[in-house]
Design a protein around this ligand. Structure first.
Ligand SMILES: Nc1ncnc2c1ncn2[C@@H]1O[C@H](COP(=O)(O)OP(=O)(O)OP(=O)(O)O)[C@@H](O)[C@H]1O
Length: 464
């Protein structure tokens, strides 16, 4: 009744304004047409299952801010941009300033989640990692992990924020504009599903990752560039150049369970808490694509799907800080595709023939950092791990070209014969090199054998 009355009033206002100022007619009509189009598109997305729901109004958010993230400006950015935006949008939010590592994790483990419509993180990706793993450590994890999560970029990597912006269809923007864009998307409050990947390390509890798993060049740059944090996102460029000068080869065995056509066809069929599994399905995998010969003489022939990846993210590593994998194991769903790490792989897995790598990167969101579009066709809940690896033998020039192309997501079109991209549902990595770095969501974990399995749409993400 009241909404009918208010709609009548709005329509009258529109007609009145149109009559009074004919010059504004076109502008006004375009505004209305845009609003109608956007609403229709949103409703279609809700029907298609791309969007799950809208946040209820008024909305109550817990906003977790890491004041140390990025250049230490997160609170200033909140005061300058977010506070007013949220107030105008009628979002009731409680600001929680994190004080130390694992503070956010402890908070969400204990929180009465019925009081919150969403948990929003204003920081780099590390704080969201803590929140997700904290939610999955709760006895009521099945319900808790469905709490809508939001991200506001406050770090120097901001990969998830850049991915959310990308999923909204908007063009790339600068850091501060990214913050405003993500704030706006949070105010819209449209909720999608987000894949999580469970990761087993040899002697640490299972952990959950929402962004990436890296070994070799990418992980090295990520960690080594920590010392250049003061230059912001440019630290990855500096780190890449430094690491290129001392390019290394890593030995190991990589194997994976391919994503199947069957699985991809099921994209519209959403399964809340379990992954669609088909252990018999490797025969349905698309045949490997022979890459076109590259004009770059440093690249040799190979097979497999084309493509590749890059570098970066932030990471805070300190000897006095417990490692990411050192905390209590989350509960969470079972891993139906994995056998124990010390057992042979199931027969339907593919073992990569090469044993010499420059990098391995598994991505489940589109961006590896604000300006690194590593997996351009990834969406938040496609149920696949985008696996990239670069075989040894690539020249420094070719590797640099890949990273530069990645800024626009064009690395997949460079036809580099050393770059392989394939979509998988699970993987196992056994490094042979005695030393190295492995990162999960941009931070260091125990170095050694590991395996991972994607859990489709396990969590909820506000994507706008
Ligand atoms: N007040 C604090 N002081 C120090 N560390 C904190 C504080 N609050 C949270 N942390 C920890 O900082 C770690 C890194 O945070 P996060 O990744 O969000 O930011 P960042 O490292 O600055 O981001 P980026 O890598 O994008 O630069 C998290 O693991 C978190 O536990």
């Amino acid at each position: 009744m009241s909404s009918g009355v208010s709609r009548q009033r709005v329509e009258q206002c529109f007609r009145l304004a149109a009559l009074q100022d004919p010059r504004a007619n076109l502008e006004e009509a375009e505004k209305w047409a845009r609003a109608v189009r956007e609403r229709a598109a949103r409703q279609q997305q809700l029907r298609d299952g791309v969007l799950l729901s809208e946040l209820s109004r008024p909305c109550r958010m817990m906003l977790l801010v890491n004041p140390q993230s990025g250049k230490g400006q997160a609170l200033i950015l909140y005061n300058n941009h977010i506070q007013r935006m949220f107030n105008e949008a009628g979002i009731i939010h409680t600001l929680v300033i994190t004080e130390r590592q694992n503070h956010a994790r402890e908070l969400v483990k204990e929180a009465d989640l019925s009081q919150w419509d969403a948990l929003v993180i204003m920081s780099g990706d590390g704080l969201l990692y803590e929140v997700i793993n904290g939610l999955l450590e709760r006895p009521d994890w099945e319900e808790a992990i469905r709490t809508p999560l939001g991200i506001l970029p406050g770090g120097s990597g901001n990969a998830l924020a850049a991915s959310v912006h990308h999923y909204s269809g908007a063009s790339p923007v600068s850091s501060e504009e990214l913050l405003v864009s993500c704030g706006f998307l949070l105010c819209k409050g449209l909720v999608s599903r987000m894949d999580l990947v469970s990761i087993h390390l040899s002697s640490s509890p299972r952990l959950f990752s929402f962004l990436s798993l890296a070994w070799g060049f990418v992980a090295d740059v990520d960690i080594e560039s920590e010392k250049y944090r003061h230059v912001g996102a440019a630290r990855f460029t500096v780190g890449t150049l430094v690491r290129l000068a001392s390019l290394r080869v890593y030995k190991g065995r990589l194997a994976y369970l391919p994503a199947t056509k069957d699985h991809n066809n099921q994209q519209g069929l959403r399964n809340n808490m379990t992954v669609h599994c088909n252990n018999q399905a490797s025969s349905l995998t698309p045949p490997p694509v022979l890459c076109r010969p590259s004009r770059d003489s440093s690249c040799h022939n190979t097979f497999h799907n084309s493509c590749h990846s890059n570098n970066s993210l932030k990471v805070r590593r300190s000897e006095s800080t417990p490692s990411r994998s050192a905390t209590k194991a989350p509960s969470g769903p079972p891993d139906s595709l994995l056998v124990p790490l010390d057992q042979p792989l199931p027969a339907n897995w593919v073992v990569v023939p090469e044993e010499d790598f420059v990098l391995m990167l598994a991505m489940y969101q589109s961006h590896l950092a604000e300006d690194l579009l590593a997996a351009p066709d990834a969406v938040s809940d496609d149920g696949v791990i985008h696996l990239f690896y670069v075989r040894a033998g690539i020249s420094r020039t070719a590797l640099l070209r890949l990273f530069l192309a990645m800024e626009k997501g064009a690395h997949l079109a460079t036809n580099c014969q050393h770059l392989v991209h394939t979509k998988v549902r699970a993987l196992r990595l056994e490094p042979y090199s005695p030393k190295g770095i492995i990162t999960v969501d941009g931070e260091v974990v125990e170095y050694g054998p590991l395996q991972a399995e994607v859990h489709r749409g396990l969590s909820r993400l506000i994507t706008g």
